[in-house]
Design a protein around this ligand. Structure first.
Ligand code: NAP
Length: 465
């Protein structure tokens, strides 16, 4: 048998997860022109593209245009998609080892971090992850219910996800109707009584995790006044010193925008978006029925830590703000995968440069990882390109060194038979293309980018099954 990676004996790779890291794995392999690779991509969902479909905000359609490049990769003859096939439930590690030389996990970070404060689990307190997945039509979240009859809502955290949530809560019905947001969410948000949205950042404007275009966009909302106090927009001495010591143009732009917003006078718009800095939630308070009715926050002060970074610590000043709905947006967290070594508190697969390792740091032959499940939930979509490149370089290097799994049946047809036996309702890329066309056509009829299927049963019906 010719060497693995040759035309007569292609390298067989299974990719678990069809988000950006999965697709950048495919495109990075394509850069190795002398290498013959056959790729099978698995996803537990019927639809591909991970957070680009289920996470990127519906009013940020431009960010979704990356799927055009993913689609090109997927149309190549050496690519197969097995949607609605869950690693761990439908296929096991042993199944994959029987059919592939290498397996790469690109399953992202679907869970959310906790706040660890009393009342966190009260009715009316949700993770931003759930809300985002719900309004984006993720089938696992389509039947969730959020009490949008509340007038005041808290969003905890000031990263870009928190900004997405706050912005969506403040958009007009007309704006949302022009997006691919799930219809049930558009209707629920139209009927919402939300008037005041509070975002809470535990540090100051110079340490905010949002990026300049995102904070600027909040100042352009047509239905909401942004309210920031001058006091909280003013830099503490540690932050000013840090900005001088380590100039960063994003930090400068963020601070300028925050200070400009703080100068504005409210114009009597229908909603108010309050952005609070140097404040930490300490408790969610329940009403008589056990639902969240208020949030207790403590004012923080900034200090310079030993490593030079600016951190915050609590003062003795507290406030209680009435809110009936809370979205915790303090970062995503990876989820352990069966049989794969995992670092619980980091929420990442144990790995070195993308090679999966055991607890002693020894590489596990043929197993790799890329994306958020490799490095944690940070960076923009494009960050996954370089992340996947690092892993693919390791995969090619290991292949050249002969460090591969030894599949008994590496032919693509054998894997196809295995999947068909395990999950008769698998979705191929051709199936997805039909669903995609139907979504686009339904969208066009309504002057929207697409109208999403939000239930697997509806997708199967569309496919005539
Ligand atoms: P993130 O950027 O890590 O932000 C997390 C926020 O939660 C920070 O403000 C953090 O404050 C705060 N936080 C953490 N623990 C907290 C606690 N115990 N109490 C109070 N606040 C706490 O995470 P993310 O917003 O989930 O975004 C994930 C990644 O996706 C980021 O890289 C983001 O830029 C990216 N993303 C990008 C876009 C876009 O490009 N438009 C949209 C969405 C997401 P500290 O800084 O003090 O820790």
């Amino acid at each position: 048998m010719a060497d693995v990676g040759s035309e007569s004996n292609p390298l067989r790779v299974a990719i678990i997860g069809s988000g950006p890291a999965g697709f950048y794995t495919v495109s990075n392999f394509a850069r190795h022109k002398d290498l013959s690779v056959e790729v099978d991509m698995y996803d537990r969902l019927a639809t591909p593209f991970g957070l680009v479909r289920g996470g990127v905000a519906p009013d940020h359609q431009k960010d979704k245009s990356v799927t055009r490049a993913y689609d090109k990769s997927a149309q190549k003859p050496n690519f197969r998609f097995y949607g609605n096939v869950a690693y761990g439930d439908d296929v096991t590690l042993d199944d994959l080892k029987a059919h592939y030389h290498q397996v790469i996990f690109t399953s992202g970070a679907p869970n959310d971090r906790n706040l660890a404060i009393p009342g966190e689990d009260l009715a009316g307190s949700h993770s931003a992850t759930e809300f985002v997945a719900w309004y984006n039509g993720h089938p696992d979240f389509a039947s969730r219910d959020f009490d949008l009859s509340q007038k005041s809502v808290a969003v905890i955290g000031i990263g870009n996800v928190a900004v997405d949530v706050a912005r969506i809560l403040c958009r007009t019905d007309e704006e949302l109707r022009a997006t691919d947001m799930a219809d049930y969410a558009i209707d629920a948000l139209r009927d919402s009584s939300v008037e005041d949205v509070y975002m809470f950042g535990r540090r100051g404007p110079a340490q905010a995790a949002f990026t300049p275009p995102e904070i600027k966009e909040l100042g352009e909302l047509i239905d909401a006044d942004v309210i920031i106090t001058e006091d909280e927009a003013t830099l503490d001495p540690h932050s000013s010193a840090e900005m001088e010591r380590v100039p960063d143009k994003n930090v400068t732009k963020n601070v300028e925008t925050v200070q400009e917003l703080a100068q504005r006078k409210p114009e009597g718009r229908r909603k108010r978006l309050h952005i609070r800095f140097l404040t930490s939630p300490t408790e969610l308070i329940a009403d008589d029925t056990g639902r969240v009715s208020a949030i207790r926050i403590v004012r923080n002060e900034a200090y310079a830590a030993d490593d030079g970074s600016v951190r915050s610590r609590a003062t003795d000043q507290e406030e209680v703000i009435p809110v009936g709905l809370v979205f915790r947006s303090v970062g995503y967290l990876g989820k352990a995968l069966p049989e794969i070594p995992f670092h619980e508190s980091w929420g990442t697969i144990l790995n070195e440069a993308g090679r999966v390792v055991d607890a002693d740091g020894n590489p596990l032959t043929g197993l790799y990882t890329a994306g958020w499940i490799k490095r944690g939930p940070s960076g923009v979509i494009g960050t996954n390109k370089t992340c996947a490149q690092e892993t693919v370089n390791c995969m090619v290097e290991d292949m050249q060194a002969g460090k591969l799994l030894e599949p008994a049946a590496p032919e693509p047809e054998a894997a196809a038979e295995m999947v068909a036996a395990k999950q008769p309702q698998r979705i191929s890329y051709a199936d997805w293309s039909k669903l995609d066309s139907a979504e686009l056509a339904n969208g066009e009829a309504q002057g929207r980018p697409r109208v999403k299927f939000t239930k697997l049963a509806d997708m199967l019906t569309e496919l005539g099954r």
